[in-house]
Design a protein around this ligand. Structure first.
Ligand SMILES: Nc1ncnc2c1ncn2[C@@H]1O[C@H](COP(=O)(O)OP(=O)(O)OP(=O)(O)O)[C@@H](O)[C@H]1O
Length: 301
């Protein structure tokens, strides 16, 4: 059973198809990153799954239950792209109120624990009207997880946060994953997605353009690897043979003092090169492989 499954999910506004029939599955326990340029349709997609808006056509299931379904809504947590708060309440009272509404009251201790998890323990008694943008973001995450949901939607959980707070939220997301939760998050921070997401979908103009783990996306993007090897001096007697052999292994061979750079079509060839160097009694000090970053893959779309 999938945490999320959509079939031909579509949203049309007037004559514009904003989400163009998406088929997507997310396994339980994943931290799934949903990326795309501004206006690609990410929030619209999430808003359909979380019941904020109705799909124009297509179907979806959350935690194995066909949506929309009021019972399953209690098992999901949502941090929308902007959250609203009761400004006259303190952070603690705000959370206590929401957790009572959820039908699964966390109590004062539970609420304080969630405030600690998001890094707001020192502001529990502060009225939310006085909260900064970053503090509101954290409180938005707190209210998404206060009822201990199994599936959590986070729309840009760290945008606008300082680096330290963002790292704190990354740790929280990993902690939630360890507890068996599924997280579906959007982000414009590609470094963060690369670090914490198990799988990634890149959305373009309402469709999923690419999907996979980071290594799958890398292999779709580029079928060759550029390898740079630092090595001990090659004995003069062996130089020619080794050079000739390297030219059969890869392309764009460059040799400079104690470095060679070569482009190969499979990582297995790195092992072949290392074995050959050993055979010629050449030591290898360092191997660097130039892999495409998520940014390159993303910009390629
Ligand atoms: N209620 C609406 N009526 C008409 N068009 C809408 C409506 N809501 C969203 N759109 C349009 O749908 C497109 C997708 O918007 P959406 O907010 O889903 O994008 P996004 O990928 O979340 O963007 P961002 O990264 O900026 O948050 C945009 O062109 C937007 O203008």
């Amino acid at each position: 059973m999938f945490a999320i499954e959509t079939k031909q999910l579509q949203k049309v506004y007037g004559a514009t198809q904003v989400v163009k029939g998406i088929d997507l599955t997310v396994e339980k326990g994943e931290v799934f990153g949903f990326l795309g340029r501004n206006g690609a349709g990410k929030s619209t997609f999430i808003n359909m799954l979380t019941g904020i808006i109705q799909p124009s056509s297509g179907t979806y299931s959350l935690l194995g239950v066909k949506g929309p379904n009021d019972q399953v809504k209690k098992r999901i947590g949502v941090m929308p792209d902007y959250s609203t708060f009761y400004g006259s309440l303190t952070a603690l009272d705000h959370l206590k109120f929401l957790s009572a509404l959820s039908g699964k009251p966390a109590g004062k201790h539970g609420c304080l624990e969630v405030l600690r998890l998001v890094g707001l323990e020192d502001h529990a008694q502060l009225k939310t009207a006085k909260f900064s943008f970053g503090m509101k973001k954290k409180l938005g995450i707190a209210q998404a997880i206060i009822h201990d949901p199994e599936l959590i939607f986070l729309d840009e959980p760290t945008s606008g946060l300082d680096a330290e707070s963002a790292i704190h939220i990354h740790k929280l997301i990993r902690h939630l994953q360890k507890e068996g939760k599924t997280i579906f998050m959007t982000s414009h921070n590609l470094d963060e997605v690369e670090k914490i997401c198990t799988r990634i979908a890149i959305m373009k103009e309402g469709k999923v353009a690419k999907i996979g783990t980071m290594s799958e996306l890398r292999s779709f993007y580029r079928s060759t690897l550029t390898v740079r090897i630092k090595h001990s001096p090659i004995p003069k007697t062996e130089e020619l043979t080794l050079n000739q052999w390297l030219q059969t292994v890869g392309t764009d061979l460059e040799r400079k003092e104690s470095f060679i750079t070569i482009t190969i079509d499979h990582e297995r060839k790195i092992a072949e090169i290392i074995r050959a160097f050993n055979q010629y009694k050449v030591d290898i000090y360092r191997v660097e492989v130039d892999e495409p970053s998520l940014e390159e893959i993303f910009l390629d779309e």
